[in-house]
Design a binder for this molecule. Structure first.
Ligand code: PLP
Length: 386
């Protein structure tokens, strides 16, 4: 079989590979603590599940409009207007199977050969993968530990060229938990607005900010017309398996992204979308409880990591990831392997998120406090054994 050349430019997400390796160890009878996969360990709130079941029972089993059902597009427009402080119309919303397709469709729509897209490094690996697949060049924007893993506007400025078609931001950030402060967003917005560069703002962790309120670049002057907001239900409502997300963008781009959706998946299941309406318009108490629990775990995990000789870990300001620096101990890929094989603790090598992630590990603390404490103890033992 001869694959098309473009397949050589497609990357992947190593969390799924590590999960496979961890499952293979479990099949041999080993106990593995899963800190590799980025999904809440909570169940979808009951009232949302019930709405999905009711919709199925009522026959919501047919094709739906490619950009989403009007009730959900309107609920999303209202929610984004409220949470970001901008005016959003239904025509600007495209509902997708998870937030991820928004990356692929927006990048395919805006960037091609000869173009550059600035992507955070470390960063969610699918950004650069989709950019290279589209034939454009992914330009890494290094996020530094000393900046709290937020974007440094001056570093960004040095990377912008006449070929820059898109800047990708992700705050709160996977894999580091970093949050871009408002002052940096002001500077980045001014730069993008002046040059007319579009920004893809991945806000999938917007509800998981532990200090202060979430801020979107879309609310900065001139940026509502130049921002694509990516958000969804996977993390906020513990709905990863439902596959429900969305993009909010200028209406003209939404039309083009909808054409890509028609070519790709046609539409998102109706009962899933009805569950999404309930998620946005129903009680938010389960989200608040989940985020409070993540905060408790964050504090425990970061304290525990810093107590392990050779490890230093910043306090992440958002999401549910810790990104400890293990460079004093050794190679991060080798450490991640040892932790899995010797300690039964599945974590990711920071280098899976780009060259600037080398020397770090990514731990998802979407696991019970008890299991997290056990994982820290196992890590301490494996690393003490040299
Ligand atoms: N964006 C970031 C930064 C993520 O970490 C993830 C999931 O891990 C996504 C987007 C995609 O989310 P979804 O499962 O809704 O496609």
């Amino acid at each position: 079989m001869q694959l098309a050349e473009r397949m050589s430019r497609l990357g992947t997400e190593s969390a799924f590979d590590v999960l496979l390796r961890a499952r293979a160890l479990e099949a041999q009878g080993r106990d593995v603590i899963h800190l590799e996969i980025g999904e809440p360990d909570f169940d979808t709130p009951e009232h949302i599940v019930q709405a999905g079941i009711d919709a199925l029972r009522h026959g919501d089993t047919h094709y739906t409009p490619a950009a989403g059902i009007p009730e959900l597009r309107q609920a999303i427009a209202d929610y984004v207007s409220q949470t970001r402080g901008i005016a959003v119309a239904q025509q600007q919303v495209v509902v997708t199977p998870g937030g991820k397709p928004v990356m692929f469709f927006v990048i395919l729509a805006l960037a091609g050969p000869g173009d550059e897209v600035i992507c955070p490094d470390p960063g969610f690996p699918i950004y650069a993968s989709a950019v290279e697949f589209a034939g454009a060049r992914a330009v890494p924007l290094t996020l530094r530990e000393e900046d709290g893993f937020a974007v440094d506007p001056e570093t960004l400025r040095s990377l912008i060229s006449d070929r820059t078609k898109l800047i990708i931001l992700n705050s709160p950030h996977n894999p580091t938990g970093g949050v871009i402060p408002g002052s940096a967003l002001d500077e980045i917005a001014a730069m993008a607005a002046e040059r007319g560069i579009m920004v893809l703002s991945d806000e999938i962790y917007s509800r998981m900010v532990y200090d202060g309120a979430f801020e979107s670049i879309a609310a900065r002057p001139g940026m509502a017309e130049q921002t694509i907001i990516l958000d969804g239900f996977s993390k906020t409502y513990a709905m990863t398996g439902w596959r429900l997300g969305y993009g909010v963008m200028p209406a003209a781009l939404a039309e083009q992204v909808t054409r890509l959706a028609v070519n790709c998946h046609s539409c998102v299941p109706g009962f899933t979308q009805i569950a999404g309406v309930t998620a946005l318009t129903g009680s938010q108490a389960p989200v608040e409880a989940m985020v409070a629990e993540f905060r408790r775990r964050r504090d425990a995990v970061v304290a525990g990591l810093n107590a392990i000789p050779g490890i230093t870990c910043q306090m992440p300001a958002g999401a549910f990831y810790a990104f400890p620096n293990v460079s004093q101990i050794g190679d991060s890929a080798a450490i991640a392997d040892r932790l899995l094989n010797e300690g039964g603790v599945a974590v990711l090598d920071g280098a899976a998120f780009g060259a600037a992630g080398r020397g770090y590990l990514r731990l998802s603390y979407a696991n019970s406090l008890e299991r997290l404490e056990a994982a820290l103890e196992r890590m301490r033992q494996v690393l003490a054994d040299g």
